[in-house]
Design a binder for this molecule. Structure first.
Ligand SMILES: NC(=O)C1=CN([C@@H]2O[C@H](COP(=O)(O)OP(=O)(O)OC[C@H]3O[C@@H](n4cnc5c(N)ncnc54)[C@H](OP(=O)(O)O)[C@@H]3O)[C@@H](O)[C@H]2O)C=CC1
Ligand SMILES: CC(=O)[C@@H](O)[C@H](O)COP(=O)(O)O
Ligand SMILES: [Mn+2]
Length: 383
């Protein structure tokens, strides 16, 4: 049985990971969880799975849970340290990182050092410090498995292939909630409209990232680190049905694609069962007769400026992707709080990138400093 530590258990990926665990009780057990402030969902998970370790964001919530579950065989913790404790928990062999944002970086590094297999949904970690994460995984012989649907698709396409024979990666993109609108029509769009993703039901932040196409930009950088392919050979293809989850082209011209209906339980489960597969109930099956047509087009980098910023930041390397990510996290949080216009998100990111003096080959401290500085700048612009 695989014993799982699930960071971010109450979120979109967290909940779907629990569905996978629930479906295969003989294969998977839940050793530890962390979550932020959704206490109702957290309590339900504790009652159902009784994990040995639970950590929450705030100390006050930790005190409450400790009292409520006294007498149960559960240890509680809180804050950043709690995420780290869960990541290295001795009863877990696999860590699913479903945290949101660059707060996932240090727990990921600690899990790798503790030689846990890491199933990573938390793309901001790879964008912020892909070099530290991949170097650590190499050094400690730790397996890093993609959960993000595009990266899982490519990973599945690469099974049994020589990595040196890959000539191109093609990441598909839905185009998000505003894909049919011109830039002019983006003026004054509401949070509610932006949260209306055409194909996927996801957490709020990634849904906004999808609407700006920063999600795809982050995924380009994520692919660079996971698969070691240069940016000049990572393409983005608009595909509004989200049925082809991504593709890999090989040196002989063959292209392999992974397809399926949009359901994150599939890549989550694959990360937990790789290299095998298990049945998965309650997923709708792809019916291409009914589907009839699939659509493809080229993204316009002037329309989707965030995608352009991501490619440029990725190519510059060093601390630039950390700044891109942190400025984006901050600006999206402001948009979600109703404090920033949708089109201002990309302006804030551009300002943060322009203000930053890049540091090459940064250590963790330099990364964290760049992250904090970018956040502070975006906050100050609001004032
Ligand atoms: N959702 C999806 O379909 C996909 C998501 N991803 C990536 O997966 C990651 C998670 O996304 P998603 O599930 O949508 O996000 P959500 O916002 O739905 O979930 C985030 C999770 O992190 C928890 N959390 C937030 N802050 C803390 C903290 N300080 N300590 C502990 N837990 C914390 C939240 O807790 P709480 O809610 O209790 O506050 C919640 O459980 C992101 O990096 C995203 O880009 C990738 C592909 C698809
Ligand atoms: C499910 C998943 O992996 C998301 O990252 C998804 O890809 C978002 O859709 P977009 O293609 O609109 O960014
Ligand atoms: Mn994705």
């Amino acid at each position: 049985m695989k014993r799982i530590s699930l960071l971010g258990a109450t979120g979109s990926i967290g909940i779907q990971t629990l569905e996978v665990i629930r479906e295969h009780p003989e294969e998977f057990g839940l050793a530890a969880i962390t979550f932020g402030s959704n206490m109702e969902a957290g309590r339900r998970i504790i009652r159902e799975f009784m994990p040995r370790f639970v950590s929450v964001k705030e100390q006050a919530d930790y005190e409450k849970l400790k009292d409520e579950f006294s007498g149960e065989p559960v240890t509680f913790s809180w804050g950043e340290d709690g995420n780290i404790e869960a990541a290295v928990h001795h009863e877990a062999d696999t860590v699913v990182n479903a945290l949101l944002g660059s707060i996932g970086l240090v727990p990921t590094l600690k899990a790798i050092e503790a030689k846990k297999t890491v199933a990573i949904a938390n793309k901001e970690t790879l964008v912020t410090a892909g070099h530290l994460v991949t170097e650590a995984a190499k050094k400690h012989g730790t397996v890093l498995l993609p959960v993000d649907s595009e990266h899982s698709a490519i990973f599945q396409c690469l099974q049994g292939e020589d990595p040196a024979s890959v000539s191109r990666l093609i990441l598909t993109a839905s185009g998000g909630s505003f894909r049919d609108r011109s830039r002019k029509e983006l003026e004054g769009v509401t949070v509610e409209e932006a949260l209306n993703h055409p194909n996927w039901s996801m957490g709020a932040k990634i849904t906004i990232d999808s609407a700006t196409m920063m999600n795809k930009g982050l995924e380009v950088i994520e692919a660079f680190w996971l698969f070691g392919i240069p940016y000049s050979r990572i393409d983005v293809l608009l595909h509004k049905e989200s049925i082809i989850h991504s593709m890999a082209e090989f040196e002989d011209g063959s292209v392999k694609a992974q397809l399926g209906t949009p359901d994150m339980k599939v890549p989550i489960q694959y990360a937990l069962t790789h290299p095998s597969r298990l049945p998965l109930k309650n997923t709708s099956r792809l019916n291409l007769w009914e589907q009839g047509k699939l659509h493809f087009s080229k993204p316009d980098f002037d329309r989707f400026k965030c995608l352009h910023f991501a490619y440029e930041s990725g190519k510059m390397g060093g601390t630039m992707p950390a700044v891109l990510n942190a400025a984006n996290e901050e600006a999206v949080a402001q948009f979600l709080a109703g404090r920033l216009e949708f089109l201002e998100i990309e302006n804030r990111i551009e300002q943060a990138l322009e203000a930053h003096s890049i540091i090459q080959n940064p250590d963790l401290e330099a990364i964290q400093h760049a992250d904090q500085e970018a956040r502070a700048l975006v906050r100050s612009l609001l004032n």
